[in-house]
Design a protein around this ligand. Sequence first.
Ligand SMILES: Nc1ncnc2c1ncn2[C@@H]1O[C@H](COP(=O)(O)OP(=O)(O)OP(=O)(O)O)[C@@H](O)[C@H]1O
Ligand SMILES: [Mg+2]
Length: 244
Amino acid sequence: MLDVRDLKKSFAGFLAVADVTFSLLPRSVTAIIGPNGAGKSTLFNLITGHIPPSGGQVFHKGTDITAAAPHRICRRGIGRSFQHTNIFPGLTVFECIQAAFIAHHGRGRNIWGRAERLYRAETDALLGRLGLADKADAVAGALSHGNQKQIELGIALASDPDILLLDEPTAGMSAVETRETIGLLRSITEERGLTLLFTEHDMEVVFGIAERIGVLHQGRLIALGTPDQIRADPEVRRIYLGGH
Ligand SMILES: Nc1ncnc2c1ncn2[C@@H]1O[C@H](COP(=O)(O)OP(=O)(O)OP(=O)(O)O)[C@@H](O)[C@H]1O
Ligand SMILES: [Mg+2]
């Protein structure tokens, strides 16, 4: 589904991502972990075209998508959410999701026409699936952080992706919101047959849902394996888990 080969990013000589290579099988669930500044968000931004790599390649289903424009990569079926929540704070929850459907279907230029009539049923269905139906008319920016993250997930899902890249999907959430969000992610991923790649600092979340875990340290992928392999990896324990 995704092939990342020798991907590299240097910022003025500082190597934030160094020769990262991995691939994702269809319907797999993979977490990328690593300390602050390890290069996780940079890696995601390279994959989704938000910053150009200094070297290496990204293939989606065999097609080279290296450094393609983010909207093209999104249209191919790679959806994402950001570490810092990225929604339309002045729109209602309904409008946020509806706008995402319209944008994906190429009616964005016609948004001031009869946009309000478009994709209503799809929007209602997705809001229901996300548990946001009762908040449809609320202004998105006024909702809790957890709800805003759920809206962002909805915006990503409206583009009907086959791969979802989520950068810290539960960051800043309460324990209850985290559990709900993870439950939702698991069931939606399964239902839609999605391939999931996510970063996360919450190890309960990581070891709870990932089938494979990659460990980034100073831009390098120092380990990639099953949760059991990662738990037992001496280098990971030393560098990342503090040896305990
Ligand atoms: N645009 C940029 N210009 C210069 N340096 C950058 C830029 N973006 C990121 N960096 C640096 O690259 C390194 C990796 O940053 P990145 O945000 O990818 O880490 P991260 O693993 O996502 O960290 P966190 O867990 O805190 O989100 C850091 O040292 C950061 O300061
Ligand atoms: Mg980050």
